[in-house]
Design a protein around this ligand. Sequence first.
Ligand code: OGA
Ligand code: MN
Length: 284
Amino acid sequence: MAISIKPLTPHFGAELTGVDISNHITNIQFGEIREAFDEYSVLVLPDQPLTDEQQIIFSQRFGILESTRALNPGSGTPFARQSNLDIKTGETIPLSDRRMFYQKANMLWHSDSTFKSVPSLCSVLSAREIPPVGGATEFASTRVLYGRLSENEQNKFADLVIEHDFVYSRGIVGFTLSEDEAAKFPAAHHDLVRKNKNNGRRSLMIGAHAKTVVGWSKDQGRTFLENLVLRATAPNLIYRHEWRENDVVIWDNQAILHRATPYDTTNHRRLMQRTTISSSMPTN
Ligand code: OGA
Ligand code: MN
């Protein structure tokens, strides 16, 4: 049976049903998912309970998985864990704990791993436990923004290179890294305009890790980058995903900005497991 695809907004995003990703899917099924991914940028797959192992096997269809770096509790595994639950005890982590502070940066519009010299292709996020209210994730498309740029802007943007820096983006929310921690996250340079190799569609590599425009003054760079994020995330252009348990959402880090939204971390539990697929190629 073919997979059903239902668009979620007029701009991007689609819900996919009629496939069970916990089992080995056929090449034809994966081909349909991959095609929908390149077309819609955000895919929502409801009712897909996954074990960690099943999530890894499915995610590997997209490519090589990133290994999570220091600071996330999933460090050293293929999982980035977005949760208020202690990985060892399963109890909620107090608000004042450094691990909760670290997660605050997820509430800034960002694409995953743009601070790496080899950035990510996509992320797969599986909702294992969700709070009864709050904790939605919002998405916006820089491909949609690219399509709304003037020709003049498109021409000007073609030459720009952006510095992405994890230490910078954590600093925005007041999270500071020790010298040893910071040394593990050198800044990376990427062309502002990113092209999807399968369909040639262009998008912009921006978001919280994007610190400066190479060769511009700091102020000019900040104004420019912040303005682009504002334009991409205009309220009429975003998709807000209210999670149901066992939802799996896949987003294209080449074209999508996303951010977490608040929930009651003291009284409610939330556990999301993310696998991140590498693009396997430096951008420049
Ligand atoms: C992520 C992320 C947002 C959320 O997993 O990369 O930013 O709502 N998650 O958990
Ligand atoms: Mn993220």
